[in-house]
Design a protein around this ligand. Structure first.
Ligand SMILES: *Cc1c(COP(=O)(O)O)cnc(C)c1O
Ligand code: SF4
Length: 351
């Protein structure tokens, strides 16, 4: 393997990570092998280029380089952390809220995040919905007029070949009650070369197509991602972002402020900051709710409102997503309120 080709292919095997100098010296090969056996590996060339510091502390490396700590399972961690299975009436569909469904056309991604909330399903086999399964999923949506929005997720829908994506978008857009098609993807940042004119054409339809880009650290966003994101906005696709709060990656007000300012500068509205889910083998990434609330409190006031995401907890077991603070209002016994301002001072508000 010469240096050129190794710069241009996705790292998928432990040997690839070792050759790229990303595994710590003296790493336990047997344990890392077990990690790789349990959970898929992939790091795109674009993101490998974005790793600047030591793999043990670099915010990009930490998200993708396998770690023996993934074998440590906390008893509170779950195989189905947000209860997808409970709300899945048929293959490829998760229907938890009346007005919107998830449609998961593939379990494949461009990269495999070590903290992935669907890591038990995403990766292994890289399964894609077969034609009859996709037909059944679309028939399910067609038969339910309450479904206003279809959320394409997975896996990563933007790894599908553009013709296949175009056909799917066309069929969804043709359903009269579907007004919004939302795509959740990491592709524009991690494999920006996939955002081709053909792919943008595939997303073009007479319904609103929104895209929520998954990005956790400002260091992930290189020049190629900047161009691809601009091409998407220029193609008329409103962009939102979602990030996961992760220890060592972005668990400080300064790291998140830098990320959210950068995103707004790229015409991307920070949408959700997810509290980390109780995923198997991810306790080394976990931050407490108190820490997350404290970070959000620091951001409020110092950071423009358009750069503020909602801090979100997905309740384990499938009960749904809720904003998780911090709270600024406390009810008083007489029906009035105590309100905290961004500097921490309290005020009284009449009932
Ligand atoms: C997260 C999620 C959604 C989308 O929720 P929003 O709050 O609208 O972003 C929809 N359905 C399911 C099953 C989800 O897990
Ligand atoms: S891109 Fe999303 S679905 Fe894919 S591995 Fe990362 S977190 Fe999981």
């Amino acid at each position: 393997m010469n240096a050129d080709s190794s710069n241009n292919r996705t790292l998928r095997r432990l040997d690839d990570f070792a050759e790229a100098g990303l595994l710590p010296p003296g790493a336990d090969a047997a344990k890392l092998g077990e990690v790789a056996r349990q959970f898929s590996l992939a790091l795109s060339p674009e993101l490998a280029k974005r790793i600047g510091g030591s793999p043990c502390s670099d915010p990009v490396a930490l998200q993708f380089v396998p770690d023996v700590r993934e074998l440590t399972v906390d008893f509170r961690e779950l195989a189905d952390p947000i209860g997808d299975d409970f709300h899945s009436p048929l293959k490829g569909i998760v229907h938890r809220y009346p007005d919107r469904v998830l449609l998961k056309p593939t379990h494949s991604c461009a990269v495999y995040c070590r903290f992935c909330f669907r890591r038990e399903k995403v990766g292994p086999g890289e399964e894609t919905l077969r034609d009859p399964e996709l037909d059944a999923a679309i028939a399910y949506i067609e038969a339910r007029p309450a479904i206003w929005e279809v959320i394409l997720t997975g896996g990563d829908p933007l790894v599908l070949p553009p013709p296949r994506l175009a056909a799917m978008i066309r069929r969804l857009a043709a359903i009269p009650h579907v007004e919004v098609i939302r795509i959740h993807s990491r592709v524009p940042v991690v494999t920006p070369e996939r955002i081709t004119p053909e792919l943008l054409q595939a997303l073009r339809c007479h319904k609103a197509v929104w895209c929520v880009v998954h990005v956790n650290a400002v260091a992930e966003i290189g020049p190629a991602a900047v161009s691809s994101l601009a091409a998407m906005v220029d193609a008329g696709i409103p962009l939102l972002s979602q990030s996961v709060l992760l220890k060592g990656v972005n668990d400080s007000a300064a790291a998140l402020e830098a990320l959210f300012r950068r995103l707004c500068g790229l015409r991307i509205k920070p949408y959700y900051l997810h509290h980390p889910d109780l995923v198997r083998g991810t306790s080394h990434f976990r931050v407490s709710l108190e820490q997350g609330q404290e970070i959000m409190r620091q951001l409020r006031g110092d950071l423009s409102g358009i750069a503020q995401p909602t801090y979100i907890l997905d309740i384990p077991g499938g009960a749904g997503k809720v904003p998780c603070g911090p709270a600024y209002l406390r009810p008083l016994a007489d029906g009035s309120w105590e309100v905290e301002d961004p500097s921490g001072k309290t005020h009284h508000y009449p009932g």
